[in-house]
Design a protein. Sequence first.
Length: 420
Amino acid sequence: MSRADAAIEATVRRAPLIGALTGIRALAAFWVFLRHFRTEIVDALGPGPFTQFVIHLASAGYLGVDLFFILSGFILTYTHLTTMTSAYTWRTAVGFIWLRLARVWPLTAFVLMLFGAYFIFQAFSSGDPSFLAQADPGRLLLHLTLLNGWFPSTLDWNGVDWSVSAEWMAYLTFAVGVVALARFAAVASRRVMVTVIVLLMLPVLVVGLSMQDDTIFLFANDSYVTAAGVLPIRVLGEFWIGAVLCLLLRRYLSETPEPQNVGGVRRMPLATLAAAASVAVLLVVAYHDPLHNIRAGQEEFHNGIDMIAPAESIIVLPLLVLLIACLAICPRDPLSRLLATRPFLLAGRASFAFYLVHPLIIGAGLLAASRLHADSGPPLLAMGLATAAAAWLSAWILWRFIEEPSRKLLRRMLPPSVVV
C-alpha cells in the first residue's frame, strides 16, 4: 500500500472496526443467494422434510437485503456522524455523496457490462434473439444512473441492483439529514430513541403484512412497486432504524470505560440467542402461514416442496434489528466471535461484489449444468456447490481488482478538505 493510500485509510478508519458487523454481511449476501438458488436445491436434495426445512429458510432470503439496509444506516452513523457534523458544510455533504458513489457505482457499472456480455453470448450461442432484447439501452441508462429502483419497472439487466438504487436514495437523505440526526442524538433520551425505532418499524411491518405471499416486498397486484409505494418505506425506514439504533448504543460502542452493568450485558450470548430466535420465528411462520395468500401466477410447489415465502415473514424485522444491536455490543458472544474471524471478515468485505455478481454466476452454472446433464441429484448438488464457490471467488476478484482500486481512485479525486 502506498503512503497516499495509507493516509486515506487512516482518515477513513476513525471508528474502531466492529468485526461481527462486517462478517454478518457475508451471511446476508449468501442468504440472498440461497433464495435465488432454491429451486435447484430442491432438485439436488429431492423432496422430503429436510428439504422443506432448508427451503423455508432459503425462501426468506430476500430479507437479507433488509438486513443490509439496517446495517448500512448503523455503520454510516457509527463512522460518519461525528466527522460530518463537527464542521458541516455543503462541501461535507457533497464529499459524503461522492464517497458513497465511489463505493457502489464502479462495481455496479462493471457488473452491468458483464451482464451485457452474457446476453450477447447467449444470443449468439443459442440463436435466441430474446437475449438481445434484454439488453435494453434505455433501461441500462437508468441502472447506470442508479435510478432504476426509483420508478415502477420490471427487474431487468442485473435484477438485484434495485437495492443499490434504493441505497443511493438513503445516502442522499443521510447527506442532508445527518445534522438533524446529530441534534437528535444530543437531546433525545434512550426511551425516545426506542420509540422512534418502533415508529419507523411500523410502516414496514404494516405494508409487509398487507402484501401477498412471495412478493419479496417489491410487488403489489403483480406490478413492480418502487418509489410509488413500497421501496421508500422499506429502504428509508430500515436505513434510519439502523441510524437511530447506533445512537441508542453509543455508550456501548465508545472506547471509554464501560458504564455500570454494561460489562455484564456485553458478555452475554445475546447475538446467538437473537439469531436463533430469528430462525425459529421464520420457521414457525413458514410452517403455519397465518394468511395463505399467494401472488397470482406464482407456482407454489416444486417437486412437492412449498416454495412460497409468507409475507408475514416480515415480523422477524425487530429480531434482525436486535441481532445487529447484539453483534455490535457483545464481542464475546459465540456468534460475534465467529463472524469476526478472518474468513468471515474477508467474505464480508467481498459481500457487495458477491451480491451483485451471484445472479450471473448462477445463470452460468445452470447453463453448464444443462450441458453436462447434471439436472438433479448428486451431480446437481456438486454443480451447486461449485457455483457457490465460483460466486465467492468471482466476488473476491471483483472486490480486489475492481471495487477497491476504483474506490481509492475516486477518493483521491476529493480535496482533503472534503474527505469525511
